[in-house]
Design a protein around this ligand. Structure first.
Ligand code: ASP
Length: 446
């Protein structure tokens, strides 16, 4: 039995929701359905969730929410009419208006898109509606409470009938609605999958799967047929975002694979995300590949610290990292040599004065022989478990970059051999990605 989650584009209008219903109705094992709020119908459109945030802004500005809520009402009106449903959401909208005008917060307002979307979907499918507020629990600090939730899902969702649960939100012990971060219906889907112990969590979106590389950089890249949670984590950390990053945790605990599918091309197999490498040798086999995907981000900065005999100075790295910690700066990478250490940080997320203070304190407290600061560095992650069985992978990566005339500023390869991280100038970022892609996917064999 499966959990199927449908994203905002799939829920955007009556026509797409019909496709959703068709997918569900053609699969007898499609038992638990999680839905997003209606998303954009075309690129210039506004998501229902954003309209609901607008309701709060409007109330704060003018005392009442009116125009923004009218847009939400009209979006749902079109959907219900388009689906030919006999469903009147007036009582729900009256409650929502009263709550917002009575002072309800952003989490309450934004959660109503999923709530209403769930009611519509349940009606269309003839399925049981279970309010996420009754099963997804957060603690008083707003942290997700997985154990209580798990019991509630087993108690209130699990069963033989088809159930629809709205994504994105749950409740705190005091009854207040709390949402996950944006895109959080993916997380709800994963939580339900764990709670009902699904064989697979299908995440239906509007692309054919995870791509080997960003399609804005490389036209028509290959779809990744299968990847592990670890590979996914590496790729999403570097900006490949099809799935909310937190959705991995609940399903990983229960060894449940995630299948990314396309509502608008349901015959495509999509991308299978599997728990461990071992899994791939069992039920899920993938074709032998050296690299699984390439991802990257621009605008990093590197602090390069050199000190003779650094390797014999006890606690050097700790003191260096303490300085970053003091300034609340996250460390992204730490490539090091015998007498050198490079601290890579996300420069875009830092204030200039903070960085200057860090450089000053490193000089004062660690007396390095030299310290340099470089900005405008792009990091590229070449990811794949396949690398550790194949010699010459890095040579191919570096060869491809040399042939494309890309200067490599930094290299970092973890001992797990799951990835190679390469730092290049921002200006070379796209060229470098295309060169690596061409090397592995352009006919030389992956
Ligand atoms: N509707 C929410 C958002 O737009 C959550 C989701 O779609 O997953 O972020």
């Amino acid at each position: 039995m499966k959990v199927l989650k449908f994203g905002g584009t799939s829920m955007a209008n009556a026509a797409s929701i019909r496709k959703v219903a068709h997918i569900i109705n053609s699969d007898p094992s499609a038992r638990y359905i999680v839905v997003s709020a209606p998303g954009k119908r075309e690129s210039s459109d506004v998501k229902v969730t954003d309209l609901l945030y607008e309701c709060i802004d409007e109330r704060d500005r003018s005392g009442v929410c009116d125009a923004a809520l009218a847009k939400v009402i009209s979006r749902f009106g079109d959907i219900i009419e388009g689906l030919g449903l006999e469903l009147d959401l007036t009582p729900e909208f009256n409650v929502i208006r009263d709550q917002i005008n009575g002072g309800a917060g952003k989490d309450y307002a934004s959660s109503r898109g999923e709530f209403l979307s769930g009611i519509v979907t349940a009606k269309l499918l003839g399925a049981r509606f279970v309010d996420a507020g009754d099963v997804i629990r957060f603690d008083m600090e707003g942290n997700f409470d997985s154990e209580t939730t798990n019991c509630l899902v087993a108690e209130r969702v699990l069963g033989n009938e088809r159930v629809v649960v709205p994504g994105f939100y749950g409740k705190m012990p005091n009854g207040r609605i709390k949402t996950f971060s944006r895109g959080g219906s993916d997380v709800t889907g994963a939580i339900i999958a764990r709670g009902v112990n699904a064989e697979v969590y299908e995440n239906w979106t509007d692309v054919d799967g995870f791509m080997t590389v960003d399609p804005r950089i490389q036209k028509n890249p290959q779809i990744i047929e299968m990847l592990t949670y670890k590979e996914l984590r590496e790729l999403s950390y570097m900006g490949a975002n099809v799935l909310h990053p937190e959705s991995i945790f609940p399903v990983r605990k229960a060894d449940i694979p995630i299948n990314i599918r396309n509502t608008f091309n349901p015959s495509a197999p999509g991308t299978m995300i599997v728990p461990t490498k071992k899994f791939m040798r069992g039920e899920y086999k993938r074709t032998d590949r050296t690299i699984t995907g390439i991802a990257g981000k621009t605008d990093f900065a590197a602090v390069y610290v050199e000190k003779s005999l650094m390797n014999s100075e006890l606690g050097f790295a700790r003191r260096l990292l303490k300085i970053l910690e003091r300034h609340n700066i996250l460390l992204e990478h730490l490539p090091s040599g015998i007498d050198t250490m490079t601290v890579v940080i996300d420069a875009a997320a830092q204030r200039k004065e903070e960085i200057s203070a860090v450089l000053r304190e490193i000089k004062e407290e660690l007396s390095p022989s030299s310290i340099e600061f470089y900005e405008g560095i792009a990091l590229i992650a070449v990811v794949g478990h396949g690398m550790n069985r194949k010699t010459g992978t890095s040579a191919r990566v570096f060869g491809a970059l040399a042939a494309a005339n890309v200067n490599i500023r930094m290299i970092d390869q973890g001992s797990s051999e799951l990835n190679i991280i390469i730092g290049v100038e921002n200006a070379d970022y796209q060229k470098a990605i295309r060169a690596i892609y061409a090397e592995f996917e352009g006919g030389n064999g992956n």
